[in-house]
Design a protein around this ligand. Structure first.
Ligand code: UD1
Ligand code: MG
Length: 454
């Protein structure tokens, strides 16, 4: 990282009409985090001294989101969408008294990597007044083209609508990411006109302005996948797919086995330990930490959960926010856990709902057990002590406590606390009538034969 101070301006005032959404475009999510959050993460990772976010009028939710993702972000409102240069002007209060590098990012370009911004800054440190991130587009339609001279120096960026036929043949396109090291950014912006096909103030025209001021502009390139701009839901899905491919590769590189990587979906913040094995079709929502040696069997949905080392989860398990599973916990098929802490070695292997409470070390929760945590108004806690054994098909009506080592007989509806070491049974006694079955069969078959004759 260079020692030069850095200001990052994130542009997010565009309406994003092609998303056809009530939600502002930049709040749409990639891997569970709004695109704006991804871009602000990059800004923070680059060590920006100041971060400005430009939003449109009536976009209060975006401003609130921006401050949540990056408390240092300063929010500016661009009153009218007059173009990208006009949008940067909205952030002039942070640029006026600033000397250093200024990087402009678009909030709808969420896959950018901090290392790429470092490469742009390096070019500035070597003497360029501007550096533009370009890429070779598979289909350049709609992008601004980078015009270079015989020495490879960037002379201008031509928006497609303003380009000649020859200029449109150029494959190297503008990603929108631009970096500047100029004495007076306000003076550069002031010299940009709106004399073009769209009648907008283009930030891309800064390159020609800087050239007339004697400054040199350079191009840095990156793969297209890193600068995909999201303008519609199709591109949102494309960006998601690129993110997931990247994240799966990182997980495997860090020592996790993904048996069918293309079927595992990560959140932006999923953390996996070493020697974690993940079978096909596993979805991670936000806030999941998986410690070393955990095995996640096929078809699990997991969010807001901490999974201790050596645990075995699934197949078909649902772990919801607040599940805290200790070392070696076993959660089996069709078990849902929400807001429950499970001690080491505790097991719930089949068909259960454990919501709001705790399960002690090595306790065993039988098939069909339900923590009845909700009375229609309030949620209540269930506490199962260590080494307790809850028999199959039991309903534990919260608030209730099962003591350490206690047994709950199968099929019980437990409404009162059970003391440590005792057996609680709540069901009627079994009745047995010897030879009843034989008599019953005889009677019924006679009845059936009689009915068949009529
Ligand atoms: C822009 C570039 C183009 C580049 C392309 C890459 C310009 C003039 N053109 O075109 O060279 O190839 O991105 O995707 O910059 N915004 C505002 N206020 C405005 C207008 C835009 O905040 O008044 C924001 C938008 O929210 C968006 C970004 O700036 O995040 C880019 O605007 P957009 O209109 O999408 O520019 P493009 O036509 O895609
Ligand atoms: Mg765009």
């Amino acid at each position: 990282m260079t020692a030069t101070p850095l200001t990052i301006v994130v542009l997010g005032a565009g309406k994003g009409t092609r998303m056809k959404s009530d939600l502002p475009k930049v709040m749409h999510k990639i891997a569970g985090r709004p695109m704006l959050g991804h871009v602000l993460d990059v800004a923070a990772a680059t060590g920006a001294n100041q971060i400005a976010v430009v939003i449109g009028p009536n976009m209060d939710a975006v401003g609130v989101g921006a401050r949540a993702f990056s408390p240092q972000a300063q929010i500016f409102v661009q009153a009218e969408q007059l173009g990208t240069a006009d949008a940067v002007k909205a952030a002039l209060p942070v640029l006026k008294a600033f000397t250093g590098d200024v990087i402009v990012l678009y909030a709808d370009t969420p896959l950018l990597q901090p290392a790429t911004l470092e490469r742009l800054r390096k070019v500035l440190a070597e003497g360029a007044a501007a550096a533009v991130l370009g890429f070779e587009a598979a289909d350049p339609t709609g992008y601004g083209r980078l015009l270079t001279d015989a020495n490879g120096t960037l002379t201008a960026i031509r928006e497609e609508k303003d380009a000649t036929t020859a200029e449109r043949q150029i494959q190297i396109c503008n990603s929108g990411v631009m970096a500047f090291r100029v004495n007076d950014m306000a003076a550069v912006l002031a010299r940009i006109s709106n004399d073009n096909a769209k009648g907008e103030y283009y930030l891309t025209d800064a390159i020609e302005v800087i050239a007339t001021m004697g400054g040199r502009a350079a191009v840095v390139t990156c793969p297209e996948s890193e600068v995909l701009g999201v303008n519609d839901r199709g591109q949102l899905a494309e960006a998601e797919a690129i993110f997931q491919t990247r994240r799966r590769g990182e997980a495997m590189a860090a020592g996790a086995t993904l048996i069918a990587p293309e079927t595992v979906w990560f959140s932006h913040d999923t953390r996996l330990g070493r020697d974690v094995v993940i079978q096909p079709n596993v979805f991670f929502g936000p806030g999941v930490v998986v410690e070393d040696g955990v095995e996640i069997l096929a078809n699990c949905h997991i969010e807001g959960t901490h999974i201790g080392s050596g645990a075995r989860i699934g197949p078909f398990a649902r772990l919801r926010p607040g599940a805290q599973l200790g070392t070696g916990v076993h959660i089996g098929n069709f078990v849902e856990v929400k807001n429950v802490k499970m001690g080491q070695g505790a097991k719930a292997n089949h068909l259960a709902y454990l919501g709001d409470g705790s399960v002690g070390d090595r306790a065993n929760i039988g098939a069909g057990t339900i923590f009845c945590n909700y009375d229609g108004f309030f949620k209540h806690q269930t506490s199962v002590g260590k080494e307790a054994f809850v028999g199959s098909n039991s309903a534990l009506v919260a608030p209730v406590t099962i003591g350490d080592g206690a047994y709950v007989g199968s099929g019980s509806v437990i409404t009162k606390d059970v003391s440590a070491g005792s057996l609680a049974l709540e069901r009627s006694s079994q009745v047995e009538r010897p030879t009843w079955a034989e008599k019953f069969r005889l009677m019924m078959s006679k009845k059936k034969k009689a009915e068949a004759k009529t």
